[in-house]
Design a protein around this ligand. Structure first.
Ligand code: ADP
Ligand code: MG
Length: 385
């Protein structure tokens, strides 16, 4: 799907020219897993895979949405809609609903969209949809929203209307991303800073395990509770501790005996992972990609043995790369129990890497491995005709 193709669809459906095209990218997270709800740091970036949304105002008060990829459409009145049975529609309605709740006046609008972000692979196609929709509405109806306001409204749409209790990182990356840079986001203050990830010699490759174990939701909640249990213990000793963000590693280690073994390992992982984000930024500043790759392996190791949110498939994919001299680092990305692994690979060896991984995955699991090379791109962009 390209912008031009989406514009073509718009014209053939509505018989008029659109007013704007929005490019809304997906995102990856380079390091900093399970640190967001512990109010630590994450290191995401917007990627070159995006959703293209072509939009134009209508003369009436109707909403007309058309999904090219799903070949599906939706129509309703802008002042009188409810949650739809079609899940894709709710990402668009959700941000309208939240904008209306803040008193913004949104009129009738046509939206035609399609994209190249693999759905449900952990690249946040949903955040792209929400951020892109809001950026488009902002332009068309002169809402005057800042980028940060778009990020926050997009998250509210997903939390309140779609009903997914997601964090803010995905929208943040999709909106604030910059080409050849990563973004260090402080999940407590929402302060952020860009760091260079600019290398002609390396590529980022996602290997999609195509597995999604049903454990994800229940184990996610369990991990949150385990982290909270750790915080409670630390808080009793040091009242200023309110989250794992506040806990120094020495303290976790010295208080080990007061913690249940599982809770100890969860806390150790999170505290070390928050520290790894900091180290990652330092090594990126000096273009030390070897060191960055080692941090990725360290993250996976922690996810596997301490946080225990990996699975046989992603462990295999990461382990396999350790015999490959062309790979600098690899780790499972996202909430856990499947999804994609993120690999830092020498550019000249990417095709060989992909071929080897596909063959190994097929031989071991009889599963087809989809691989995607991604580069780091600017966040949401609106183009007016
Ligand atoms: P992720 O955000 O990790 O990609 P989610 O389950 O949160 O996965 O969001 C995926 C959902 O977003 C899809 O099921 C669909 O409803 C919607 N969506 C994303 N991209 C598109 C698209 N190109 N066309 C239609 N719907 C899409
Ligand atoms: Mg999502």
């Amino acid at each position: 799907m390209s912008a031009a193709a989406a514009v073509g669809f718009y014209q053939s459906i509505f018989g008029t020219k659109p007013e704007i095209t929005v490019r809304a990218p997906g995102r990856i997270n380079l390091i900093g897993e399970h640190t967001d709800y512990n109010l630590g740091f994450v290191l995401p970036a917007a990627i070159d895979k995006a959703i293209w949304m072509v939009m134009g105002r209508r003369n009436d008060n109707e909403l007309h949405f058309h999904s090219i990829d799903l070949n599906d459409r939706y129509q309703n009145e802008v002042d009188n809609f409810r949650k739809s049975e079609k899940s894709w529609v709710n990402y668009l309605l959700g941000v309208i609903s939240e904008a209306q709740r803040d008193g913004f006046n949104i009129g009738g609008v046509n939206v035609v969209f399609g994209g190249e972000i693999p759905l449900g692979a952990g690249l946040s196609s949903s955040a792209a949809l929400e951020s892109g929709m809001l950026a488009g509405l902002n332009e068309l109806f002169c809402l005057g929203l800042s980028k940060l306001e778009i990020v926050k409204l997009a998250q509210r749409g997903e939390n309140n209307f779609v009903g997914m209790n997601c964090g803010i990182m995905d929208m943040f990356a999709s909106v604030m991303g910059q080409a050849r840079q990563v973004l260090r986001l402080d999940c407590r203050s929402l302060d952020y800073e860009h760091f260079p990830f600019d290398t002609p010699e390396h590529s980022l490759v996602l290997c999609d395990s195509a597995v999604k174990h049903s454990l994800v939701d229940s184990e996610y909640n369990t991990r949150r509770r385990e982290c909270e249990a750790g915080v409670q213990v630390f808080h009793k000793i040091m009242p200023e501790i309110a989250s794992l963000r506040d806990v120094p590693l020495d303290f976790v280690l010295s208080e080990k005996k007061r913690l249940e073994d599982k809770v100890f390992r969860r806390c150790k992982f999170v505290v070390e992972e928050i520290m790894r984000v900091d180290v990652a930024c330092k090594v990126l500043k000096i273009n030390d990609f070897e060191a960055f790759g080692q941090l990725m392996y360290a993250t996976h190791n922690g996810l596997q043995y301490e946080y225990e949110v990996t699975c046989a498939e992603t462990d295999f994919l990461v382990e396999k790369t350790k015999q490959m001299p062309e790979v600098l680092g690899a780790r499972q990305m996202g909430g856990g129990f499947g999804g994609c692994t993120l690999n830092l690979v020498k550019k000249e060896a990417v095709s060989e890497f992909v071929a080897n991984m596909v063959a190994a995955y097929d031989a071991n699991f009889g599963l087809k491995l989809a691989c995607h090379v991604v580069s780091l791109e600017d966040g949401v962009e609106v183009k007016r005709y």
